[in-house]
Ligand binder design. Structure first.
Ligand SMILES: C[S@@+](CC[C@H](N)C(=O)[O-])C[C@H]1O[C@@H](n2cnc3c(N)ncnc32)[C@H](O)[C@@H]1O
Length: 283
């Protein structure tokens, strides 16, 4: 377990993943009834952008940093608004000192009636995460394998919520494990939202994963992908995607409308691009 998200927090891939997560949470929050968030690979929750790890890669500057420096169109501003609200909540205003990871975005946008199950396998990171949420009675932090946690927690008693699966892709076979998790989630919690992050390195592996996911049986299934340079198998991460089952109804349309601007803003070279894939009939 070498992957440390502190080197990457706030990069272009986090922008897409966290902006979509924030939109899902706002959608779930439209009903008063509480919802449940299960985050299987949660990380440490909050990342200091002046810390050594962030300074060494400077990745956040090509992600959240560029968004913050840009003048956004009204459409992209609206699309990013829930995520930006979480950024402001944890920074106490418009300064950008810390970057919130998925668990902190979730709780920042949540309400008293919502519940959170955060899992992180790395023992030290799990402790850091646990300390961050000490005193927040909505949150439970555990430390076990992320896929085991997903199976064990579904379905949540609220019967509403989102499962976030964001593995580090350090070990071979991650797409196979993800596909099994899509099957598990559908079997146990077919009406729940699912948000899965994946890197775009091996395009054949991505396509096989998406094809497999499309066969699981979700009525609405959308993949959103963005690459900041021509996707390559080696070197730094060029692109990433999120697969969303049961997403907010307008997610595909709204994302299609803003994606060209987001691609331009975060592009590293002219090979940058992106796509929205509707993988099921009602998407
Ligand atoms: C990409 S990071 C998570 C970032 C976080 N979801 C966010 O968006 O802020 C992946 C995390 O998974 C943890 N991890 C690695 N293997 C795991 C496993 N088998 N189960 C659960 N967590 C694992 C790593 O320690 C790392 O913190």
């Amino acid at each position: 377990m070498n992957y440390r998200h502190a080197f990457h927090a706030g990069n272009f891939a986090d922008v897409l993943k966290h902006a979509v997560l924030a939109r899902i949470l706002v959608y779930l929050g439209r009903k008063d009834a509480g919802y449940h968030v299960i985050d299987s690979h949660a990380g440490i929750g909050l990342y200091d952008l002046a810390a050594d790890e962030a300074l060494r890669t400077g990745e956040w500057e090509g992600g959240v940093g560029r968004i913050r420096a840009a003048r956004l169109s009204p459409a992209l501003g609206d699309w990013l608004a829930p995520w930006q609200a979480a950024l402001r909540a944890v920074n106490g205003g418009d300064d950008l000192l810390v970057y919130p990871g998925s668990p902190v975005i979730a709780t920042a946008l949540g309400r008293l009636q919502d519940r959170y199950h955060f899992n992180e396998l790395h023992p030290q990171d799990a402790e850091t995460l646990s300390a961050l949420f000490a005193g927040d009675r909505r949150v439970r932090v555990v430390s076990e394998d992320g896929y085991i946690t997903v199976r064990a927690q579904l379905p949540p008693r609220e019967r509403r919520g989102v499962v976030v699966i964001d593995p580090p892709f350090e070990e071979p076979g991650e797409f196979d494990r993800l596909l099994r998790a899509v099957h598990d989630a559908h079997k146990r919690f077919a009406t729940g939202c699912l948000l899965i992050w994946y890197p775009i390195k091996d395009i054949a592996a991505v396509d096989a994963f998406l094809k497999g996911a499309a066969e699981v049986g979700y009525p609405r299934l959308v993949a959103i992908e963005q690459w900041v340079r021509e996707p390559r198998g080696d070197g730094p991460l060029s692109g990433a995607g999120v697969l969303c089952a049961n997403p907010p109804f307008m997610l595909a349309d709204e994302t299609e409308a803003i994606l060209p601007e987001l691609i331009r803003l975060l592009a590293v070279d002219e090979g940058a691009g992106g796509r929205v894939l509707r993988l099921a009939e009602d998407s």
